[in-house]
Design a protein around this ligand. Sequence first.
Ligand SMILES: Nc1ncnc2c1ncn2[C@@H]1O[C@H](COP(=O)(O)OP(=O)(O)OP(=O)(O)O)[C@@H](O)[C@H]1O
Ligand SMILES: [Mg+2]
Length: 255
Amino acid sequence: METNLRNRLSEIIGEIKEISLLEEQGCTSEVRKIITKGETYLLKSSFNERYREWLKQESEVLKKLKNENIIPVPKYYGYIEDHESNHVIMSFENGISLTSSLKKANTIEKKKSLIQSFGQLLHQLHETKLIHELSTSDDWLEYQLNKAQQHLEIGNVDGTLELLTKLKATVPNPVKQTMIHGDCTTDNVLVIDGIASMFIDVSAMTVGDPRYDISLAIRKFKDNEEFIKAFYTGYTRYKVTTEEHKFNEGLYEFF
Ligand SMILES: Nc1ncnc2c1ncn2[C@@H]1O[C@H](COP(=O)(O)OP(=O)(O)OP(=O)(O)O)[C@@H](O)[C@H]1O
Ligand SMILES: [Mg+2]
């Protein structure tokens, strides 16, 4: 690690004993485990302009949540901005992503139990009192459609103009907004001791449409009836319809 970054890190967390790259890496960042005398931290770094912006946003969300203590996320310790990279320091949590846990689980029962706990975790998030400091707009869905339009104009998304036009014409009837994760895939949930316990990668966490979270959560196993049933055993507050699911999958193409 570059000396300047190491020094700035030490100013925040004290003398560093050990740094190692994690076995499990994300797509948009580099994650490292950092051990000091008394603590273990996670350093998340991004280098590309778009991803640096997301990481900055993530640091702001974690910072705001640090004192709330009501949504299970890693604890925020600091943020460093360099010429060519951004870095967030958070607590190191002893878990692996739900995606990896599901791959490792060697029986259907184990997989179902993991999925049910995921449903429960998301249910709790959607029932949490609103944290207005994290809110981006009064109407999250409208705001996201505008952002989708912008992303389309910049041109680095999978979605097409045809799809966006269709989405705008088929906006689902509104539901009560809740706290949402905003990118609630199985990659962004940590499993600790066999239970989906914590949200990570929280740059999009805000007040928004809970159906978007559900749709992303069940996306990878939506054709598996047993798994869907397990999810909704944990998540009992609402079931997305096929149309809502389609809409949200479409919206996701722009992010
Ligand atoms: N606080 C933490 N403690 C322990 N491990 C973590 C922590 N945060 C992230 N990880 C590990 O790092 C991996 C990548 O994290 P994260 O999802 O935040 O990165 P990302 O690059 O934004 O992901 P992607 O772009 O693929 O969605 C996770 O799968 C997890 O294994
Ligand atoms: Mg991720």
